[in-house]
Write a protein of this length. Structure first.
Length: 154
């Protein structure tokens, strides 16, 4: 086998690597086009002298592309899937668990301010915009997203 043969095999392998790189560095098809050209060139030059090797390279390329496309689609689905999760952030989920819980206003609520509930500081809003003095006991009435609505305890 000539030195030209090994150079063409190297060009062929570089084309396969470019297909793989396209999955991780999307280039709008530039890398895929370069890969297609390098593989096609290597096969075109291999075919006259080594038709069996070129034919097997064609089969390998087809199988390789099918596997890459299958793996790439699965990878894309696993990255973008929200199944089993929630789009709400941790603060929104935590705020929803505070309804009915009591706390203490750290600042005056006019109507918004800060309260300590379960030992943590939260930005809160008083119900109906009423004024609540600092140090007053408050109870969480509702949580809409990360907006926590409280009322004074008498």
């Amino acid at each position: 086998m000539s030195e030209d043969f090994w150079v063409l095999i190297l060009v062929y392998v570089i084309g396969l690597v470019l297909y793989f790189v396209e999955l991780f560095l999307p280039s709008g098809g530039t890398l895929a086009a370069a890969a297609t050209l390098t593989v096609a060139f290597a096969l075109w030059r291999l075919f006259p002298e080594h038709p069996y090797i070129a034919s097997s390279c064609i089969l390998v390329t087809i199988a390789y592309l099918v596997i890459l496309i299958y793996w790439g689609v699965r990878r894309l689905n696993s990255v973008t899937s929200l199944a089993g999760g929630t789009a709400a952030g941790a603060d929104v989920v935590e705020a929803g668990t505070l309804v009915g819980v009591e706390g203490t206003a750290v600042t005056a609520l006019r109507p918004s301010g800060v309260a300590i509930i379960h030992g943590k500081r939260f930005d809160v809003v008083s119900r109906s915009g009423e004024f609540i003095e600092a140090g007053s006991r408050v109870q969480v009435m509702a949580a809409d997203g990360n907006r926590i609505v409280v009322r004074p305890l008498v």
